[in-house]
Design a protein around this ligand. Sequence first.
Ligand code: FAD
Length: 580
Amino acid sequence: MANFYTDNEDIKFHLNNPKMKPIVDLKERNYKIFETENYGNDNIDPCDIKPYNFEDAIDNYSEVLTIVGEICGDIIAPNAEGVDEEGPRLENNRVHYASGTVENMKALKQARLTGMTLPRRYGGLNFPATAYNMAVEMVSRGDASLMNLFGLQDIGETVYEFADDETKKNFLHRFSSGESTGAMILTEPDAGSDLQAVNLKAHFDEKANTWKLNGVKRFITNGNAELSLVLARSEDGTKDGRGLSMFLYDRDDTVQIRRIENKMGIHGSPTCEMVFKDSPCILVGKRKFGLIKYVMALMNGARLGIGSQSIGISEAAYREALKYAKERVQFGKTIDQFPGVYEMLTDMKVKIAAGRSLLYETSRFVDMYKVYEDIEAERKLSNEEKQDMKKYKRRADFYTPLLKGLTSEYCNSIAYDAIQIHGGTGFMKDFPVERLYRDARITTIYEGTTQLQVVAAIRGVTSGLFTEMMEEYQNEKISPELEYLNKHLKEMKNEYVEAMRIAEAPEDNEFLDFHARRLVEMAGNIIMGHLLVLDADRDIKYKPMAELFIKKGQPENTEKFNKIKTIDRDDLGLYKTLSI
Ligand SMILES: Cc1cc2nc3c(=O)[nH]c(=O)nc-3n(C[C@H](O)[C@H](O)[C@H](O)COP(=O)(O)OP(=O)(O)OC[C@H]3O[C@@H](n4cnc5c(N)ncnc54)[C@H](O)[C@@H]3O)c2cc1C
């Protein structure tokens, strides 16, 4: 009997962070909420599963996460190899999942885990994003490809946030009951990173009194889903993002799935090319807000999901590497005794701890602003609440791409080292690390490549938000024995400010873009350093982790700083010439 929740104290440590209190208090409306409506499962009275105080709510999350952990350990992980080998297949325009995937989905559905973040009145569990992403992390540790189906709960959440009441009443229970899976249909052959170029057409058919979709989409995870959100051009003659709207498509026979891609990894998740032919759909929210508002919200949720997926894959790779290193004997010793191996293992562990702290800090920011948005739909917010909502929204917008960019890169380097620790065996299909390495590769690409996360995160870095966060972290009261770590982080921050000054000095966007990744990574090292110090303050067992992360991060930042100092504006010409 394996349980991915109870065998991982770090997840519980983050669930028990006192910063969860304001989130849960608001989410449960101070435990005074009385749900009078029920558009979800008729057999369940939403009041029956409502917590009566903060501790009760945390206990509830913990109980649910124990069930998730058990399903992951006992069903999902043992199925992963078979799923990877079998993969989905396309027959008569229908996608059939691998048999292991079918069993996994059935277990998740039976445990009512398919609408975790939706309000109870729609049949959901009213989970905060923070606790939900703990489930996503565990599912990804079991089978990264299944996360792509399980994690599509964001579709239901986006419908909840932006659709009208009738659409919510008609469709949300289908997500929460597990009757329908979701898909996020954005990418086209000529619109990948640049979604402003989306060209799939939406027109209103007066006769049929409905919107209809026409065109091609590609690389769509779970394109066979029953309910999908589609980004389409609703405004004739427009060419940019302002002409795009979002639509809810309820699967019928008008869409042809042309093919399932033959991929390097995440074999269990079908990636589809699709053709829409006069496919009826429902407008979600307002016209023209498709990309600029709704897709941005949808993608931010999905990026948080990829952050969780990256941590889950990293955890699996680290555990496999550790197990192997403890058993494999060379030169008369187990290989974990060699500095060249234990350094890799420790670096993996520290990166996971840092990435996980960033994941749950980001999730808390998301929770805070979203819960205020939800309350705003019920009543007027006070000025103070409005300020809080804005503050957390800005933080979430900065931290989400930072998280996605950094943890997905960590995930790849951890999977790489896990193979290295296995030596030749790691290159064979006999051990799970080979699959984990292939699965890890996509995390830096979908939901926006690392380069695009840098483009999004650099705004937070240059806007003064980073400095604001530094002040907040530095002002947190911590135990005197950790103060010296904050001193190092202060030095790193000062160096960072100087690097920023140099990168911004020429007042030339291309020069800033050239150094942007270095700057974002420097900022990430400082932020994660602070988060680990705060973790160590709550539990001293995290102190060595904080210490090593900062000891390694400081020279890494100095190296990046030196590069920013050395490669000046004129060198960009050299880079351009040599790149072709
Ligand atoms: C397995 C898989 C599943 C997917 N699932 C979905 C899904 O469910 N729904 C969906 O809508 N899409 C999905 N996608 C699409 C995915 O989001 C895109 O592939 C991704 O956003 C990159 O777009 P692209 O492939 O067109 O690459 P391109 O945009 O062509 O990028 C190519 C390279 O150019 C770089 N680049 C592009 N623009 C810039 C810039 N401004 N600055 C710096 N570098 C830049 C990129 O970083 C990259 O290195 C999926 C893709 C895959 C492979």
